[in-house]
Write a protein that binds this ligand. Structure first.
Ligand code: IFM
Length: 410
């Protein structure tokens, strides 16, 4: 049976500026890197030198059958000091988006993907009062100057992961640990920022749908027969999907104003209640047993993608898989992962989910935050010495699927 996707389905890859561009020296991640924050000691400069090689990179994606691309605009380049916009950087991103258009790739543009300019983090970053107001001029300026080249906006990337990794877990800057107050302040500000950006973007570019690339990483009880594990999983899952809306109330991020739902899905975890970890919310996390693991140590089970998509069906909005992929130095696991995951996405469509596109994480092997270049998520390899691109068999496989707009027979 041919498993065809709906007409006009978007087939692309997702990236983030800091992970591919190189030369971003004016943001918090660069500062973090200088302080030794990258476990592997790797440098984000020049990363994949995509800042200079974007045209060739996009041509390659087009040759590989893709018709869309998710990327982020680096705030610290466009607004290097508060209220000062760098016109040459705006021109650069205009060239980037024009090239995408010329290659026939629809652009999904993320306006905050983990990095913030130093002037912003020095005034307290997203934990500070007034942070949404400090970010919004960048959003408006980008929309005014570049909106005509954009097909979708993602205001934020993975707001929950961003807050938890930076304020609770410490693997991301500002590397705070167990700071629950900070976490909630950040999340409350991100919510306000998203809501205002949603309104402003609608005014400036009414034709462009606005959403969030929201992580779905379900937490399940370690021992389903243990009441405290069930409770810990329920509370943990609620906290990992929601942000504060005032007076102690939480709202699921998927219920925030949006024209589409973006879902970044990789894995799931189990949680066990324990009094020994108060800073971590009295839970111990573990990997579901009996499944293959990615190089990151994440359990791989493509079925979970279908479940993550089905959860969104009652919300009745168009859905895009804004990220999905596997860290693997070997390419074979990526090939099976791609076929299996896309099979599950197809099943979700048959079950009534209005899924309209898939952005694989990621195109070129890139700078995986605190793990440097040790995690290879790309369909295309990069020789870090020469910057030569090496198309992997998984990229060819993805190309065949994208061109056919259908999955190969099982
Ligand atoms: O590389 C990251 C990306 O920046 C956000 N989502 C998860 C990816 C893999 O860890």
């Amino acid at each position: 049976m041919t498993r065809a996707f709906p007409e006009g389905f978007l087939w692309g890859c997702a990236t983030a500026a800091h992970q591919v561009e190189g030369g971003n020296h004016n943001n918090d991640w660069w500062e973090f890197e200088q302080r030794g924050g990258i476990r592997t000691g790797d440098s984000s400069d020049p990363a994949c030198n995509h800042y200079h090689r974007f045209a060739a990179d996009f041509r390659l994606l087009r040759q590989l059958g893709q018709n869309a691309h998710r990327l982020s605009i680096e705030w610290s380049r466009v607004e290097p000091a508060r209220g000062e916009f760098d016109l040459s950087q705006l021109r650069h991103y205009r060239d980037v988006l024009t090239e995408l258009r010329e290659q026939g790739l629809s652009a999904m543009v993320t306006l905050h993907h983990f990095t913030s300019p130093l002037w912003f983090t020095r005034r307290g970053g997203w934990a500070a009062a007034g942070s949404p107001a400090a970010w919004l001029p960048f959003v408006r300026r980008v929309a005014e100057e570049l909106g005509h080249l954009v097909s979708f906006w993602c205001t934020l990337n993975e707001p929950l992961i961003y807050a938890y990794m930076g304020w609770l877990d410490g693997e991301f800057p500002p590397s705070r640990r167990g700071d629950w107050r900070g976490t909630f302040r950040v999340l409350a500000n991100l919510r306000r920022a998203h809501e205002q950006a949603y309104r402003d973007l609608h005014k400036i570019t009414p034709q462009v749908p606005v959403g969030i690339a929201n992580h779905r990483w379900p937490l399940l009880p370690h021992n389903p027969t243990r009441r405290l594990d069930r409770l810990a999983a329920r509370v943990g899952d609620r906290l990992m999907t929601s942000w504060p809306v005032g007076r102690g109330r939480l709202q699921r991020v998927v219920e925030a104003p949006s024209d589409f739902l973006g879902v970044n899905h990789y894995s799931r975890e189990l949680v066990r209640f324990t009094l020994r970890r108060p800073g971590q919310g009295f839970v111990e996390r573990s990997v579901p047993p009996g499944l293959p693991l990615s190089d990151f140590g994440w359990a791989v089970q493509p079925d979970w993608l279908r479940e993550a998509l089905l959860e969104l069906k009652p919300l009745g909005k168009p859905v895009y898989i804004t990220e999905n992929g596997i860290a693997s130095a070997r390419d074979e696991p990526r090939q099976s992962f791609l076929c299996a995951s896309l099979g599950k996405a197809w099943e979700a469509i048959q079950a009534g989910v209005d899924l309209r596109g898939y952005f694989h994480w990621t195109s070129v092997d890139n700078f995986e935050w605190a793990r440097g270049y040790s995690m290879r998520f790309g369909l295309i390899g990069v020789d870090l010495e020469t910057q030569e691109r090496q198309v992997k068999p998984s990229a060819e496989l993805y190309a065949r699927i994208a061109r056919a707009n259908a999955l190969p027979d099982e």
